[in-house]
Design a protein around this ligand. Structure first.
Ligand SMILES: CC(C)(COP(=O)(O)OP(=O)(O)OC[C@H]1O[C@@H](n2cnc3c(N)ncnc32)[C@H](O)[C@@H]1OP(=O)(O)O)[C@@H](O)C(=O)NCCC(=O)NCCS
Length: 213
């Protein structure tokens, strides 16, 4: 358990934030959070998920359910009130290298790696595919709590590198870019992808966690 009062507006959390592994029955809450930041309107300053979750709720719920059963590093953050009521307020989806390449077999070749990036890091890594916090609760430290739990777990597996992408075109995700900076990520490369007929540009970042114990 993590002591409460995380973040800026401490009055929001009178008790504490608890991070745990996802369970299959969390899917509706996860979908609702994803839909709160993944809409048809992309707000650069608030941050967003690329997909529009309202376009096909059942598809996305099935996808979250499948991932909840398959992935070791899919977590939810719960706000636990003084009366022990729990509400899921955020989630993080991480893939081990094997899981990521199973779903995205050409990903390593698709990235234009920056010359300064040490490609030995690609021997073992974890990819954070999605982090999302309930839209009206961002900026209160919940994302950081999810990271702490993830890092504790993957350091126990001797993983030293986290990789994550942030979209910069056609709409830049400034909240995500700021979060990467705060989390001490460094630029690793660039990837272009085709999505719904458009070309998207993603910055690929890495975070060195070898010194986290
Ligand atoms: C990006 C996100 C996961 C961060 O989680 P969070 O709980 O808000 O982050 P924390 O409170 O732990 O850390 C806050 C830091 O994130 C960044 N940040 C979060 N929201 C921001 C916003 N709207 N604008 C600018 N920076 C923002 C800042 O660096 C901030 O640091 P500061 O408080 O010192 O300014 C969350 O804002 C979110 O879900 N955004 C919408 C979905 C999204 O963009 N996902 C991409 C994931 S990287």
């Amino acid at each position: 358990m993590i002591p409460g009062s995380a973040g800026k507006e401490k009055s929001v959390f009178r008790s504490y934030i608890e991070v745990r592994r996802v369970q299959e029955e969390d899917v509706n809450s996860i979908f609702q959070i994803a839909a709160s930041v993944g809409t048809g309107e992309k707000d650069s300053s608030q941050g967003f998920l690329v997909d529009d979750y309202s376009s096909d709720p059942e598809y996305y719920k099935d996808k979250f359910k499948e991932l909840s059963k398959r992935l070791d590093h899919f977590y939810v953050a719960e706000n636990v009130t003084s009366k022990r009521r729990k509400q899921i307020v955020g989630f993080l989806i991480g893939y081990t290298k094997e899981q990521w390449l199973e779903d995205n077999p050409t990903w390593i070749e698709d990235v234009h790696w920056h010359p300064s990036f040490d490609q030995h890091r690609l021997n073992n890594f974890l990819v954070i595919d999605k982090t999302a916090i309930q839209s009206y609760l961002t900026g209160h430290g919940i994302g950081s709590e999810l990271y702490k739990r993830l890092i504790t777990d993957i350091r126990a597996k001797n993983i030293e590198t986290i990789l994550a992408e942030t979209i910069i075109s056609p709409t830049p995700n400034f909240a995500s870019l700021a979060f990467r900076k705060k989390q001490d990520y460094h630029l690793a490369g660039v990837r272009y992808e085709n999505y719904s007929g458009d070309t998207y540009t993603d910055l690929v970042y890495y975070k060195d966690i070898s010194n986290f114990y």
